[in-house]
Design a protein around this ligand. Sequence first.
Ligand code: HEC
Ligand code: HEC
Length: 514
Amino acid sequence: MYKLHDFLIQPPLSEGWTKSLLFVFFFVHILFVLLMLGTAIMASFYYFRSWRPHGRVGTGTEMLAPFTAHKSLAVVFGVGPLLLIQAGLSAPFFMATSLLAPWWMLIIALLVISFVFFDAPGKRFHADHPFIGLAVMAVAIVTLLVVPAIFTLTLSVAENPSWWEGMAQKGFLSSGSEWHWLLRYLHVLGAAIVFAAAFHYFLGVKYLGRKGADAMVGWMAGGTLLQFISGPLLALTVSGKLGFHPVLFMVIGISAAAILLWTIFKRSGKSLCPMATIPLMIVLLVSMLSVRQFLQDSGFSPVLREAKKNRALYAAAIEPFRKEALDQYKARLATVYDNGGTIFKNSCAFCHGGNASGNGPEASNLSIRPEDISSIRTNRAYLYKILADGIPDTSMPYFSFFDKDKVDDLIIYLDRNYRVLGPIEPLKAAVSQDAMKKAEEFYKETCSNCHGMDGRGGKIPLKPGPPDFTQYNLVPTKVFEVVSKGYPGTAMPSFGGLPEDIRWGLVKLVNDFY
Ligand code: HEC
Ligand code: HEC
């Protein structure tokens, strides 16, 4: 169903823990977001209203005093939910942030501009450059207001998997979700005004004065009324998802809001009592966040369920490969600690073959076939050199990572099984004097160019170069085979056209260098 997501990583916390912690962190985060946002809205309002080219700095900038604390706490506590969502609910979250990537990234720039500009105007500009002050304040509030719009948009997208494919193809406007988003955004702004007004009412007496305090109550009432309008409309846009729990918490929230409004209108000149108002507002916030959380869960859970199912499926699919890799790894470990036989089995046999005849499972993939080790006759020092350096320009690797004991053990193994350090067996066929002479001539004319008159290698540089026949040789039948067929992939040509007795003569010559 949801083709656009997959994940394989095991979440660090159980779903229950993730959701509970998310709720707590989100509560604290959103509280400071609301205070910051509401303060900024009201401060800007007063600033613009009282702005005169040469007037005094208005009420607005005074209200901004706690703004720095609020914005810092909002950001700091925002990290918690972000981390939890990434860790426990990554599939829908990453889907939404990828679909909205440019907007999501824009948040950083917007916040930086807005935060810097809010700190700037009143103190720095207003007295000397009132118009710059005005512009700075306008940019500050506009940039700040865009941020919650992006956040609500991202969450809406994360919670609605059915939009994803359409959005990926045709962009956000294809989802038909603009109303949900807009109302959700308004609902956040309304809440921000109510909570920030209450904050300044109870804690900002110093700069507000009697008139200002009354104005704050006005903002609270206005904001709550706005919620009474935007809330039900918002609920309509998610009516399909409203189960028992969301409705229950919605009823609690609406009741709390109604009582709040009632206390505001009934106070008749007296101050609002913090002991009644503040608990009411907490109930209001908790219940509304609960509604949000339940709706979010109902959006996320099919995605998470599917992701879990995929995780199990993929884990099962890669299990055999995992086992194979593990076995291979174990074998490799054993190689390090084990004897020549194991080293050969694990490090040589896949090229040289289990019986060392040069036909391991990888041999046919190599342009130069591995040597038939059982036909090699050489000495310990030369074999050491081969194993330490490999054969340059071929796939024969070097094994300098084995310590001396292991290489010794390997050489013992090769000698015991294939007599690589033994003498060369005498030639079976007898070669006539005449054939021998012809062979010597042929060697001088042809072979010596590459192999040298002394068998140690000629002057022509070749890749790979020929071996030093005085240190490294092959059993007669093998030399005969190489001379007759060549060594495919190397410069060694085939001399199958030569009469057989001359070829045997060449074999004797080659062997005699040793
Ligand atoms: C990746 C494949 C590969 C592996 C692994 C490998 N070899 Fe080789 N080996 C070759 C090839 C190819 C040649 C032939 C090189 C040539 O003819 O120039 C070769 C040649 C040799 C030769 C002959 C040297 C010569 O001058 O032709 C010896 C001895 C040898 N290997 C031993 C070993 C031993 C022992 C191991 C394991 C520790 C080993 N090889 C692992 C591919 C491999
Ligand atoms: C054009 C250069 C060239 C000529 C000519 C040539 N060889 Fe070689 N020969 C090589 C090279 C290079 C190798 C190494 C192949 C390899 O890496 O295994 C080789 C390998 C061999 C080997 C086997 C060694 C091994 O490592 O398997 C024998 C035996 C041999 N040559 C004999 C002869 C004889 C005999 C002649 C003349 C009839 C001859 N070669 C002519 C280049 C040449």
